[in-house]
Write a protein that binds this ligand. Structure first.
Ligand code: ZN
Length: 203
């Protein structure tokens, strides 16, 4: 399986990092070894002093597809959940300034937190889902899928132009504003429509 991630998919988040708002989806990948499951603790890697949380909606692909038409894209996923795209921001900034690929700042072990999957049918409109992240009881990120620059169907159609989508592939759909550093002993709790899906510690 593969993990497809979308950058700068919320206007306010692009602005907070002084990035331009993209006119097409910005795609990168993480390897399967990045997955961190079952609310296991996240260990801050020694190569970063500015490790950021990015809370995101994640969809799981449930059928094989290539060149998927936007009108049919909704048939290619039936489960959704929350994930955290952990990012070594200092490393990413340095690599980007040097014009190098920044894969290692995003794809390292444990950088893709994934909560348990929820059937899409049990949720209200996937185009209008609320989610938020609390750290030590304080809400730091709040998102609403309706605020995505490119919606889920658009992301599926776009990604499938380049990559054959397979059953089990994940798409991390981008983070809303409010990203920031995590520190040792932080307690992260994330909610999808009020249901707590992530409850984990930073070590
Ligand atoms: Zn992200």
């Amino acid at each position: 399986m593969k993990i497809i991630c979308i950058g700068r998919n919320y206007r306010e988040h692009a602005r907070e990092l002084n990035n331009p708002v993209p006119d097409e989806p910005l795609v990168f990948m993480k390897p399967e070894s990045a997955l961190l499951l079952n609310n296991r603790p996240f260990f801050i890697p020694e190569f970063s002093n500015n490790l950021h949380h990015e809370l995101e909606l994640v969809v799981r692909i449930n059928r094989l597809g290539k060149h998927i038409d936007h009108n049919f894209a909704h048939r290619y996923y039936n489960q959704i959940t929350l994930g955290i795209d952990f990012t070594a921001r200092d490393l990413q900034d340095r690599l980007r300034a040097e014009g190098k690929p920044w894969e290692i700042s995003k794809g390292f072990d444990g950088s893709a937190v994934l909560a348990h999957l929820i059937n899409r049918d049990t949720l209200p409109d996937p185009g209008n889902i609320h989610f938020h992240l609390d750290i030590n009881g304080q809400t730091v990120q709040r998102g609403r899928s309706s605020e995505m620059l490119f919606d889920i169907d658009t992301l599926i159609a776009y990604a499938s132009k380049f990559f054959t989508l397979k059953i089990g592939d994940l798409i991390y759909t981008g983070t809303p504003a409010g990203v920031g550093p995590v520190r040792i002993n932080d307690h992260l709790e994330a909610y999808l429509e009020g249901e707590k899906l992530i409850d984990m510690l930073v070590k």
